[in-house]
Design a protein around this ligand. Structure first.
Ligand code: IDP
Ligand code: MG
Length: 141
């Protein structure tokens, strides 16, 4: 069964001008891009997206980072998309990410780690609906 996940190319990805390279890797790994947009989140929106981390010591900086520039959220589809995308991007901290993963190749720090990927099918559904309306998904389905 095909599954969907939410990816976000973070502001550091756009700043470093590696969006094309990262998208190529995503496509080469077998994901279809179902929907994609460019957004500049304000702090309130970024804070809301990452609200599960609101009590973490890194939350304030994370919100500042995610609202510091444009992001590219996208809906990806593939068999086992959630788990496979997490494997493709690698560990949160690039220092701990496996060789060949997107974060290992492009990330510069644990915070500035190029890309977001949903961590469960339930969160994927919630995160997709955070950025995309039902109409945008249906029309691209
Ligand atoms: P994930 O993106 O690999 O799922 P999470 O633990 O959900 O990692 O954290 C969300 C984001 O918060 C990370 O992608 C990263 O940008 C940032 N982050 C997580 N842990 C730290 C930390 O210890 N220091 C700085 N930033 C962090
Ligand atoms: Mg996470």
């Amino acid at each position: 069964m095909k599954e969907r996940t939410l990816a976000i190319l973070k502001p550091d990805c756009i700043e470093a001008k590696v969006t094309g390279k990262v998208i190529d890797e995503i496509l080469a790994a077998g994901f279809d891009i179902i929907a994609m947009k460019m957004v500049k989140m304000d702090a309130k929106t970024a804070g809301e997206f990452y609200r599960v981390h609101k009590d973490k010591p890194f939350y304030r900086d994370l919100v500042a980072f995610m609202s510091s520039g444009r992001c590219i959220p996208m809906v990806l589809e593939k068999e086992n998309a959630v788990e496979d995308f997490r494997k493709l991007i690698g560990a949160t901290d690039p220092a701990e990410a496996e060789e060949g993963t997107i974060r290992k190749k492009y990330a510069t720090s644990k915070q500035n780690n190029i890309v977001h990927g949903s961590d469960s099918p339930e969160n994927a559904r919630l995160e997709i609906s955070f950025f995309f309306s039902e109409a945008e998904l249906v029309q691209n389905g």
